[in-house]
Design a protein around this ligand. Structure first.
Ligand code: SF4
Length: 384
Protein backbone atom coordinates (compact mmCIF):
# COMPACT_ATOMS: atom_id res chain seq x y z
CA UNK A 1 0.00 0.00 0.00
CA UNK A 2 1.18 3.53 -0.79
CA UNK A 3 2.69 5.82 1.79
CA UNK A 4 0.83 8.94 2.91
CA UNK A 5 1.83 12.31 4.35
CA UNK A 6 0.40 13.45 7.65
CA UNK A 7 -0.24 17.17 8.22
CA UNK A 8 -1.07 18.66 11.63
CA UNK A 9 -2.37 22.21 11.76
CA UNK A 10 -1.57 24.41 14.75
CA UNK A 11 -3.60 27.55 14.05
CA UNK A 12 -2.19 29.97 16.65
CA UNK A 13 0.12 32.91 15.98
CA UNK A 14 1.55 35.70 18.11
CA UNK A 15 0.08 38.20 15.67
CA UNK A 16 -1.76 37.99 12.36
CA UNK A 17 0.66 39.28 9.69
CA UNK A 18 -0.79 41.85 7.29
CA UNK A 19 -0.41 39.65 4.19
CA UNK A 20 -1.55 36.37 5.76
CA UNK A 21 -4.55 34.50 4.42
CA UNK A 22 -3.75 31.19 6.13
CA UNK A 23 -6.06 29.72 8.71
CA UNK A 24 -4.25 31.45 11.59
CA UNK A 25 -5.66 33.02 14.74
CA UNK A 26 -4.22 35.08 17.55
CA UNK A 27 -3.00 33.02 20.48
CA UNK A 28 -5.73 31.98 22.88
CA UNK A 29 -4.18 30.43 26.00
CA UNK A 30 -7.50 29.04 27.28
CA UNK A 31 -8.20 27.28 23.98
CA UNK A 32 -4.81 25.72 23.32
CA UNK A 33 -4.93 22.73 25.67
CA UNK A 34 -8.46 21.74 24.51
CA UNK A 35 -7.17 22.14 20.95
CA UNK A 36 -4.33 19.70 21.56
CA UNK A 37 -6.76 17.23 23.13
CA UNK A 38 -9.08 17.56 20.13
CA UNK A 39 -6.16 16.91 17.77
CA UNK A 40 -5.29 13.74 19.70
CA UNK A 41 -8.92 12.57 19.52
CA UNK A 42 -9.10 13.22 15.79
CA UNK A 43 -5.84 11.37 15.30
CA UNK A 44 -7.14 8.33 17.15
CA UNK A 45 -10.20 8.38 14.89
CA UNK A 46 -8.22 8.54 11.64
CA UNK A 47 -5.57 6.03 12.73
CA UNK A 48 -7.99 3.35 11.56
CA UNK A 49 -9.01 5.11 8.33
CA UNK A 50 -5.39 5.16 7.21
CA UNK A 51 -5.38 1.35 7.35
CA UNK A 52 -2.05 -0.21 6.47
CA UNK A 53 -0.67 2.89 4.80
CA UNK A 54 2.80 3.87 5.90
CA UNK A 55 3.27 7.50 6.99
CA UNK A 56 6.56 8.64 5.54
CA UNK A 57 6.30 12.38 6.17
CA UNK A 58 4.80 14.36 9.03
CA UNK A 59 4.46 18.14 8.86
CA UNK A 60 3.45 20.40 11.76
CA UNK A 61 2.30 23.63 10.07
CA UNK A 62 0.25 26.64 10.88
CA UNK A 63 -0.26 29.18 12.15
CA UNK A 64 2.84 28.78 14.25
CA UNK A 65 3.31 25.32 15.75
CA UNK A 66 6.03 26.63 18.08
CA UNK A 67 3.45 28.74 19.94
CA UNK A 68 2.59 25.46 21.66
CA UNK A 69 4.84 24.29 24.50
CA UNK A 70 7.41 21.89 23.07
CA UNK A 71 6.11 19.21 25.44
CA UNK A 72 2.76 19.41 23.61
CA UNK A 73 4.41 19.11 20.20
CA UNK A 74 6.26 16.05 21.53
CA UNK A 75 2.98 14.64 22.91
CA UNK A 76 1.26 15.03 19.53
CA UNK A 77 4.18 13.46 17.68
CA UNK A 78 4.21 10.54 20.10
CA UNK A 79 0.51 10.01 19.38
CA UNK A 80 1.28 9.95 15.61
CA UNK A 81 3.55 6.98 16.27
CA UNK A 82 0.86 5.30 18.38
CA UNK A 83 -1.92 5.64 15.83
CA UNK A 84 -0.10 5.39 12.49
CA UNK A 85 2.60 3.20 10.97
CA UNK A 86 5.27 5.87 10.87
CA UNK A 87 8.29 4.96 8.74
CA UNK A 88 11.49 4.91 10.84
CA UNK A 89 13.06 7.15 8.15
CA UNK A 90 10.10 9.56 8.04
CA UNK A 91 10.77 13.23 7.40
CA UNK A 92 9.25 15.07 10.38
CA UNK A 93 9.05 18.84 9.98
CA UNK A 94 8.02 21.57 12.37
CA UNK A 95 7.44 25.14 11.21
CA UNK A 96 8.89 27.72 13.56
CA UNK A 97 8.62 31.47 13.99
CA UNK A 98 11.91 32.99 15.24
CA UNK A 99 10.01 35.08 17.84
CA UNK A 100 8.93 31.89 19.62
CA UNK A 101 12.38 30.32 19.87
CA UNK A 102 14.98 32.47 21.71
CA UNK A 103 14.14 31.20 25.21
CA UNK A 104 13.87 27.59 24.05
CA UNK A 105 16.19 24.66 23.75
CA UNK A 106 15.57 23.16 20.32
CA UNK A 107 17.33 19.99 21.45
CA UNK A 108 14.03 19.12 23.14
CA UNK A 109 12.23 19.15 19.76
CA UNK A 110 15.00 17.20 18.07
CA UNK A 111 14.99 14.55 20.79
CA UNK A 112 11.21 14.26 20.49
CA UNK A 113 11.77 13.04 16.91
CA UNK A 114 11.47 16.15 14.74
CA UNK A 115 14.26 16.03 12.14
CA UNK A 116 13.51 19.08 9.98
CA UNK A 117 12.83 22.69 10.96
CA UNK A 118 11.25 25.21 8.62
CA UNK A 119 11.90 28.73 9.87
CA UNK A 120 9.67 31.62 8.78
CA UNK A 121 12.35 34.26 8.27
CA UNK A 122 10.75 36.27 5.40
CA UNK A 123 13.41 39.00 5.53
CA UNK A 124 16.77 39.95 7.02
CA UNK A 125 15.85 43.62 6.89
CA UNK A 126 14.26 45.21 9.98
CA UNK A 127 12.16 47.65 7.95
CA UNK A 128 10.80 44.87 5.76
CA UNK A 129 9.95 42.74 8.80
CA UNK A 130 8.06 45.70 10.22
CA UNK A 131 6.28 46.27 6.92
CA UNK A 132 5.20 42.61 6.82
CA UNK A 133 4.04 42.90 10.45
CA UNK A 134 6.34 40.10 11.47
CA UNK A 135 6.87 40.00 15.22
CA UNK A 136 10.45 38.72 15.19
CA UNK A 137 13.73 40.59 14.81
CA UNK A 138 16.68 39.86 12.54
CA UNK A 139 18.75 38.91 15.63
CA UNK A 140 16.11 36.33 16.56
CA UNK A 141 16.53 34.72 13.14
CA UNK A 142 20.26 34.26 13.71
CA UNK A 143 19.63 32.97 17.22
CA UNK A 144 17.02 30.48 15.99
CA UNK A 145 19.33 29.06 13.34
CA UNK A 146 22.17 28.82 15.88
CA UNK A 147 19.91 27.08 18.41
CA UNK A 148 18.60 24.70 15.74
CA UNK A 149 22.09 23.64 14.69
CA UNK A 150 23.19 23.31 18.34
CA UNK A 151 20.05 21.28 19.01
CA UNK A 152 21.08 18.76 16.34
CA UNK A 153 18.94 19.78 13.34
CA UNK A 154 20.82 18.96 10.14
CA UNK A 155 17.87 19.73 7.87
CA UNK A 156 16.94 23.41 8.07
CA UNK A 157 14.73 25.35 5.72
CA UNK A 158 14.34 29.14 5.59
CA UNK A 159 11.31 30.94 4.13
CA UNK A 160 11.91 34.27 2.39
CA UNK A 161 9.62 36.72 0.66
CA UNK A 162 10.36 39.01 -2.28
CA UNK A 163 8.47 41.59 -4.31
CA UNK A 164 7.66 43.73 -1.26
CA UNK A 165 6.53 47.34 -1.77
CA UNK A 166 9.63 49.59 -2.03
CA UNK A 167 12.00 46.60 -2.16
CA UNK A 168 15.11 47.28 -4.21
CA UNK A 169 17.34 44.86 -6.11
CA UNK A 170 20.14 45.56 -3.62
CA UNK A 171 17.93 44.85 -0.67
CA UNK A 172 16.71 41.54 -2.09
CA UNK A 173 20.22 40.51 -3.04
CA UNK A 174 21.32 41.28 0.50
CA UNK A 175 18.48 39.11 1.84
CA UNK A 176 19.65 36.21 -0.32
CA UNK A 177 23.26 36.76 0.75
CA UNK A 178 22.36 36.73 4.43
CA UNK A 179 20.24 33.60 3.99
CA UNK A 180 23.06 31.80 2.16
CA UNK A 181 25.46 32.89 4.91
CA UNK A 182 23.45 30.69 7.29
CA UNK A 183 24.02 27.69 5.03
CA UNK A 184 20.43 26.36 5.08
CA UNK A 185 19.68 22.96 3.57
CA UNK A 186 16.56 24.26 1.87
CA UNK A 187 15.13 27.65 0.90
CA UNK A 188 11.63 28.73 -0.06
CA UNK A 189 11.39 32.14 -1.73
CA UNK A 190 7.84 33.34 -2.30
CA UNK A 191 6.69 36.29 -4.31
CA UNK A 192 4.46 38.42 -2.07
CA UNK A 193 0.90 38.29 -3.34
CA UNK A 194 -2.00 40.29 -2.02
CA UNK A 195 -4.89 38.02 -1.08
CA UNK A 196 -8.48 39.12 -0.68
CA UNK A 197 -9.55 39.65 2.90
CA UNK A 198 -6.08 40.49 4.24
CA UNK A 199 -5.01 43.78 5.84
CA UNK A 200 -2.68 44.33 2.87
CA UNK A 201 -5.61 43.94 0.50
CA UNK A 202 -7.51 46.67 2.32
CA UNK A 203 -4.45 48.92 2.34
CA UNK A 204 -3.94 48.36 -1.37
CA UNK A 205 -7.58 49.20 -2.11
CA UNK A 206 -7.19 52.43 -0.13
CA UNK A 207 -4.04 53.31 -2.07
CA UNK A 208 -1.75 52.97 0.98
CA UNK A 209 0.17 50.01 -0.39
CA UNK A 210 1.62 49.96 -3.88
CA UNK A 211 3.06 46.74 -5.21
CA UNK A 212 6.12 46.68 -7.50
CA UNK A 213 5.50 46.24 -11.23
CA UNK A 214 5.30 42.74 -12.78
CA UNK A 215 8.56 43.40 -14.62
CA UNK A 216 10.36 44.26 -11.41
CA UNK A 217 8.96 41.23 -9.60
CA UNK A 218 10.10 39.10 -12.46
CA UNK A 219 13.59 40.59 -12.23
CA UNK A 220 13.73 39.65 -8.55
CA UNK A 221 12.55 36.13 -9.39
CA UNK A 222 15.29 35.76 -12.02
CA UNK A 223 17.86 36.97 -9.49
CA UNK A 224 16.57 34.42 -7.00
CA UNK A 225 16.88 31.49 -9.41
CA UNK A 226 20.34 32.55 -10.60
CA UNK A 227 21.73 33.31 -7.14
CA UNK A 228 20.48 30.15 -5.46
CA UNK A 229 21.36 27.89 -8.39
CA UNK A 230 24.81 29.47 -8.46
CA UNK A 231 25.18 28.69 -4.74
CA UNK A 232 24.51 24.97 -5.33
CA UNK A 233 20.78 24.76 -4.62
CA UNK A 234 18.54 22.78 -6.96
CA UNK A 235 15.48 24.80 -8.02
CA UNK A 236 13.07 21.88 -7.83
CA UNK A 237 9.74 23.73 -7.63
CA UNK A 238 8.47 27.19 -8.56
CA UNK A 239 9.46 28.66 -5.18
CA UNK A 240 11.65 25.97 -3.62
CA UNK A 241 15.39 25.28 -3.70
CA UNK A 242 17.29 22.49 -2.01
CA UNK A 243 20.76 21.15 -1.40
CA UNK A 244 21.09 17.70 -3.02
CA UNK A 245 19.03 15.19 -1.04
CA UNK A 246 17.19 17.88 0.95
CA UNK A 247 14.04 18.44 -1.09
CA UNK A 248 10.94 18.65 1.09
CA UNK A 249 9.48 15.16 0.81
CA UNK A 250 6.20 16.20 2.41
CA UNK A 251 5.48 18.86 -0.22
CA UNK A 252 6.74 16.61 -3.03
CA UNK A 253 4.00 14.18 -2.05
CA UNK A 254 1.40 16.94 -2.62
CA UNK A 255 2.94 17.94 -5.94
CA UNK A 256 3.00 14.37 -7.20
CA UNK A 257 -0.65 13.88 -6.31
CA UNK A 258 0.01 11.53 -3.38
CA UNK A 259 -2.43 10.81 -0.58
CA UNK A 260 -2.33 12.84 2.63
CA UNK A 261 -4.27 13.22 5.80
CA UNK A 262 -4.66 16.65 7.40
CA UNK A 263 -5.65 16.95 11.04
CA UNK A 264 -6.64 20.09 12.92
CA UNK A 265 -8.70 23.20 12.19
CA UNK A 266 -9.05 23.89 8.46
CA UNK A 267 -6.81 20.96 7.46
CA UNK A 268 -7.42 19.27 4.09
CA UNK A 269 -7.05 15.62 3.18
CA UNK A 270 -6.93 13.47 0.07
CA UNK A 271 -7.56 9.82 0.81
CA UNK A 272 -9.26 6.99 -1.09
CA UNK A 273 -9.94 9.35 -4.06
CA UNK A 274 -11.86 11.71 -1.79
CA UNK A 275 -10.95 15.26 -0.77
CA UNK A 276 -12.25 16.55 2.54
CA UNK A 277 -11.64 19.60 4.66
CA UNK A 278 -12.16 20.47 8.32
CA UNK A 279 -13.91 23.56 9.70
CA UNK A 280 -11.57 26.55 10.03
CA UNK A 281 -12.44 28.07 13.38
CA UNK A 282 -10.49 26.38 16.22
CA UNK A 283 -13.41 26.72 18.70
CA UNK A 284 -15.78 25.04 16.25
CA UNK A 285 -13.23 22.37 15.48
CA UNK A 286 -12.85 21.57 19.19
CA UNK A 287 -16.62 21.44 19.68
CA UNK A 288 -17.23 19.18 16.67
CA UNK A 289 -14.44 16.80 17.59
CA UNK A 290 -15.96 16.62 21.08
CA UNK A 291 -19.30 15.64 19.59
CA UNK A 292 -18.35 13.24 16.81
CA UNK A 293 -14.52 12.82 16.69
CA UNK A 294 -14.49 14.47 13.25
CA UNK A 295 -14.84 18.09 12.10
CA UNK A 296 -15.22 17.73 8.34
CA UNK A 297 -17.19 20.57 6.72
CA UNK A 298 -16.89 19.60 3.04
CA UNK A 299 -16.22 16.50 0.98
CA UNK A 300 -15.75 15.98 -2.71
CA UNK A 301 -14.80 13.09 -4.95
CA UNK A 302 -13.18 14.72 -7.98
CA UNK A 303 -14.26 13.29 -11.33
CA UNK A 304 -11.71 12.04 -13.86
CA UNK A 305 -11.53 15.38 -15.64
CA UNK A 306 -10.86 17.25 -12.39
CA UNK A 307 -8.22 14.74 -11.35
CA UNK A 308 -6.43 15.15 -14.69
CA UNK A 309 -6.43 18.94 -14.27
CA UNK A 310 -5.12 18.63 -10.73
CA UNK A 311 -2.36 16.25 -11.79
CA UNK A 312 -1.20 18.74 -14.43
CA UNK A 313 -1.55 21.70 -12.09
CA UNK A 314 0.62 20.02 -9.47
CA UNK A 315 3.10 18.42 -11.88
CA UNK A 316 3.85 21.69 -13.67
CA UNK A 317 4.88 23.28 -10.39
CA UNK A 318 7.89 20.97 -10.41
CA UNK A 319 10.96 21.99 -12.37
CA UNK A 320 11.18 18.43 -13.69
CA UNK A 321 7.63 18.89 -14.90
CA UNK A 322 4.85 16.41 -15.44
CA UNK A 323 5.89 12.91 -16.50
CA UNK A 324 3.72 12.11 -19.51
CA UNK A 325 4.01 8.32 -19.16
CA UNK A 326 2.77 8.53 -15.56
CA UNK A 327 -0.15 10.69 -16.66
CA UNK A 328 -1.12 8.18 -19.35
CA UNK A 329 -0.76 5.27 -16.97
CA UNK A 330 -2.91 7.00 -14.37
CA UNK A 331 -5.71 8.18 -16.66
CA UNK A 332 -5.61 5.80 -19.63
CA UNK A 333 -5.30 8.67 -22.09
CA UNK A 334 -2.31 10.66 -23.30
CA UNK A 335 -1.57 14.19 -22.14
CA UNK A 336 -1.85 15.35 -25.76
CA UNK A 337 -5.24 13.72 -26.21
CA UNK A 338 -6.49 15.38 -23.05
CA UNK A 339 -4.93 18.82 -23.43
CA UNK A 340 -3.64 19.06 -27.01
CA UNK A 341 -5.10 22.50 -27.84
CA UNK A 342 -3.89 24.07 -24.61
CA UNK A 343 -0.42 22.58 -25.00
CA UNK A 344 -0.09 23.91 -28.56
CA UNK A 345 -1.26 27.37 -27.52
CA UNK A 346 1.00 27.60 -24.45
CA UNK A 347 3.98 26.19 -26.36
CA UNK A 348 3.38 28.81 -29.07
CA UNK A 349 3.49 31.52 -26.41
CA UNK A 350 6.83 30.17 -25.12
CA UNK A 351 5.36 29.18 -21.75
CA UNK A 352 5.48 25.39 -21.96
CA UNK A 353 7.81 22.80 -23.51
CA UNK A 354 7.70 19.04 -24.01
CA UNK A 355 11.14 17.63 -23.19
CA UNK A 356 12.24 14.04 -22.65
CA UNK A 357 8.71 12.80 -22.08
CA UNK A 358 7.80 15.57 -19.68
CA UNK A 359 5.71 18.75 -19.89
CA UNK A 360 7.77 21.54 -18.36
CA UNK A 361 7.18 25.25 -17.80
CA UNK A 362 9.76 27.54 -19.42
CA UNK A 363 11.33 30.31 -17.33
CA UNK A 364 8.68 32.69 -18.62
CA UNK A 365 6.03 30.08 -17.81
CA UNK A 366 7.41 29.65 -14.29
CA UNK A 367 6.99 33.33 -13.54
CA UNK A 368 3.44 33.24 -14.91
CA UNK A 369 2.75 29.80 -13.43
CA UNK A 370 -0.52 30.65 -11.71
CA UNK A 371 -2.17 31.86 -14.90
CA UNK A 372 -0.62 29.11 -17.06
CA UNK A 373 -1.73 26.32 -14.74
CA UNK A 374 -5.28 27.58 -14.58
CA UNK A 375 -5.58 26.92 -18.33
CA UNK A 376 -5.59 23.20 -17.59
CA UNK A 377 -8.31 23.50 -15.00
CA UNK A 378 -10.75 25.45 -17.16
CA UNK A 379 -10.13 23.73 -20.51
CA UNK A 380 -13.28 22.06 -21.83
CA UNK A 381 -13.33 18.27 -22.12
CA UNK A 382 -11.50 16.96 -25.23
CA UNK A 383 -11.11 13.36 -24.24
CA UNK A 384 -13.34 10.84 -25.93
S1 SF4 B 1 3.24 33.81 11.25
FE1 SF4 B 1 2.63 32.83 9.31
S2 SF4 B 1 0.68 31.87 9.70
FE2 SF4 B 1 1.05 33.31 11.39
S3 SF4 B 1 0.01 35.17 10.77
FE3 SF4 B 1 2.13 35.36 10.06
S4 SF4 B 1 2.14 34.54 7.96
FE4 SF4 B 1 0.21 33.89 8.94
Amino acid sequence: MNAIGLYLHIPYCLHKCGYCDFNSHNINEAEMEPYVRALLTEMEHYGQAAGDRRVDTIFFGGGTPTTLPFADLARILKACHQHFKVDPEAEITCEANPATIPQSDLKELREAGFNRLSIGVQSFDSDELKQLERVHSVDEVFLTVERARQGGFDNLSLDLMFGLPDQTVDRWQDNLKQALGLNPDHLSAYNLTIETGTVFHKQQAQGHLVMPSDDFQRELYEITIDTLTGAGYEPYEISNYARPGKRCRHNLNYWTNGEYLGLGAGASSFLNDERFKNVNLPARYIAQIGESQTAVESRETPNRRQRMGEAVMLGLRLREGLRLATFEQQFGTSFHQAFGDTVTRLAGMGLLEINDGRAVLTREGLFLADSVIVEFITEPEQVT
